[in-house]
Structures are given as C-alpha cells and as structure tokens.
Design a protein around this ligand. Structure first.
Ligand SMILES: [Zn+2]
Length: 350
C-alpha cells in the first residue's frame, strides 16, 4: 500500500509499504479521507515534537471503512464506516481518573507516534480499540466530512469549558477551520450574535454562510468599535481565540464584557509569551481558560452532529488531493485560500 511517512523533519515521503494485517484486538481501516490539520504542518516542520516519534505515517483526522478485524475484536464488522479519536488515553493515570483524559500522561496519539491516516490502510491498535476510540458512523456522508469530527470534537470540548448560553454575544477571532466550527456550535447553542474577526479570504464568505452576524476585517476596521456596536457597548459574553497570535490574548481581555469568558483555544506561536494587562482579569472579573484536544465523549458528540447534519462540514473541504500528491496537499493547506484540505488515498488522480 501507499503511505505518507514523515521520515525526518520536512521530509514526507510517499512510499510503498506492506499492508498491515490486524492481530488480536486490532482493526484494519481502509482510509477514505484524512483531512490536514495545522498541527500536521507543525509536526512536518519540526515545530511540534511532543508525543511525536519519527518515522511515522502522519494524519489524525481520519475516516474510512473497516477492511478487516483481528481475532477477539467485538463491535466492529467489515464494511462499517468509522472515524477515530486519535489521542488514546491510557485510562489508568491521575489525569484519566480525574476526568482529564485529554491531558492523559500516558496517551499515545495516532498520526504522531503511531501510524496515522495518510495511507491507503491504517491499523488501529488494540489499545485504541479497547479504549473506545474507534467510532462507527451510521451515515453514508463522504468520508472527508466524517473526518472533521476530530477538530469538531476539540471545539465541543473547548465550548464545554467556555460555554455559550442562549442569548450570548460571542466574538470569534479567526475564521480558519477551527473558528468556523466554533461559529457553528455557538449558533447551535443559541448565541444572539456571533462576531467573526477575519482578514479578507474565502473564509469570510464561509463565516457569513455559517451565520456570522458580522465579519470584521481587523486590518482595515476597528474591531473594538464593531464589537461595541453589536454588544450594546458592553463587549461580548464569550471570546474564543482561534488563531495563535499571542498579542490577541490581551485584545480579548480588553474586549470581553465584565464577568465574561475567554478561551485561548489556539496554541500560540513561538514560546507563546504575551504581554497582558492582568488587572483586566482582576477588575473585570474575567474567566480565562484554554483547552486542548478532547475527550472520547466529545468526539462521539461531534460525529453525531455531523451525521445528523447539524454541523456543515461539507462546505469546509475546499481542496482534495490523491495520496501521491500529499506534499502538494500540505502546500495548499498552508495557503489562506484553502479552508480544509483532504487527502483521499482511494483516489489516483484529481
Ligand atoms: Zn491517562
């Protein structure tokens, strides 16, 4: 089979490798689609190294069909359409016991240290199957739409920590794939208004399509003024930072209403240092949190929202590449024109 293996930083090779055969407890998945995440690019360049072990087949936003099940596997049949939550918790550590499985100390991440979805077939390890990380999708939606259950699960976990209530005003900073999913979930949660800050790009039109009250270009417009106009002069109840620019943290502290909530959702570039006016947190009584990855339950909820078409992932996939052109796919993913780029291993030409 073909597989895109990261053999060294900035060296992603499409190679012909033996198709794995599932052993006890393992499931072999024929990959239908693997969408590219910003983190994949950081792993490729060597900017992200935690939980990563090279060489590895990249890809953690994956959906496909069960091709073969190993001995003693129950609950999965050949032909089942599946998606997977890639951060597999060990279920035995302090974090797992405390309900913080997304911060599991012993987690193994598919596509980071275990071969992932940028291949014709992916072997789901027995520990991932046993942990309940492989989910059957009762849906005939295209795999590329199901693959987005992974980022959507992370978004749902983020909004569980920074809840959007009925009637809330929300500001979403950045309308990349993550911001667009946050927008859709904020709408589902009953937000009164969702302001989206995004410089000119095709992403602005998608934000409008998904129900943004107003899309602001922060490069030419006064974001603070637009926010005041749409929030009765007080500022949003909730601000979600979806691009990794450290200076935006202080901007969020300034814009949020007294008593409001902020989620630093995006990982921040560089060392992540930001100069903030901490008195804003004190005097405005702000709740600031981050969130990282998700729990298995968030993935399951995400898959349900996609298969029931409560969340539109179809419009978000803008570019598609066969596996052999995976390096072109990464180049496209790095450009602002793309929203979500899918690698489709079953496709030979596009
Ligand atoms: Zn654990």
């Amino acid at each position: 089979m073909l597989a895109a293996r990261l053999v060294a930083h900035n060296d992603l090779k499409v190679e012909d490798v033996p198709t794995p055969s599932p052993g006890p407890g393992e499931v072999l998945v024929e990959v239908g689609a693997n969408t590219i995440c910003g983190t994949d690019g950081r792993i490729l360049r060597g900017d992200k190294t935690s939980y990563v072990e090279l060489p590895v087949v990249l890809g953690h936003e994956v959906a496909g069909r069960v091709a073969e099940v190993g001995p003693r596997v129950t609950g999965y049949r050949v032909g089942d359409r599946v998606g997977m939550q890639p951060s597999v918790p060990d279920l035995g550590c302090w974090a797992c016991r405390q309900g913080l499985e997304n911060m599991c100390e012993g987690q193994r991440i598919l596509g980071y240290s275990v071969n992932g979805g940028m291949a014709e077939y992916m072997l789901v390890p027995a520990y991932a199957v046993e942990a309940g990380c492989l989910f059957v999708a009762e849906s005939d939606l295209p795999y590329e739409q199901l693959a987005l259950a992974e980022p959507l699960g992370a978004v749902l976990y983020g909004q569980s920590l920074t809840p959007v209530g009925v009637g809330d005003n929300v500001l979403i900073v950045g309308a990349g794939p993550i911001g667009l999913l946050h927008l859709q979930i904020a709408r589902l949660s009953g937000a009164r208004s969702v302001i989206v800050s995004q410089p000119p790009s095709p992403r602005q039109a998608l934000a409008e399509q998904f129900g943004a009250t107003v899309v602001v270009d922060p490069l030419t417009q006064d974001l603070a003024e637009v926010v005041r106009q749409h929030t009765g002069g007080r500022g949003p109840d909730v601000v979600i930072i979806c691009i990794g620019v450290p200076a935006l943290v202080n901007e969020a502290l300034r814009l949020t209403r007294p008593g409001g909530r902020i989620n630093v959702f995006a990982g921040l570039t560089g060392k992540g240092w930001a100069e903030i006016e901490a008195n804003l947190i004190h005097y405005k009584q702000l709740t600031v949190t981050g969130s990282s990855a998700m729990r298995r339950s968030d993935y399951e909820t995400a898959l349900g929202l996609i298969t029931s078409q409560q969340v539109d992932t179809a419009s978000m996939v803008t570019h598609r590449f066969p596996l052999k052109d995976v390096n072109d796919a990464f180049a496209a993913a790095a450009a602002q024109e793309a929203v979500k780029v899918a690698v489709l291993p079953g496709t030979t030409a596009m």
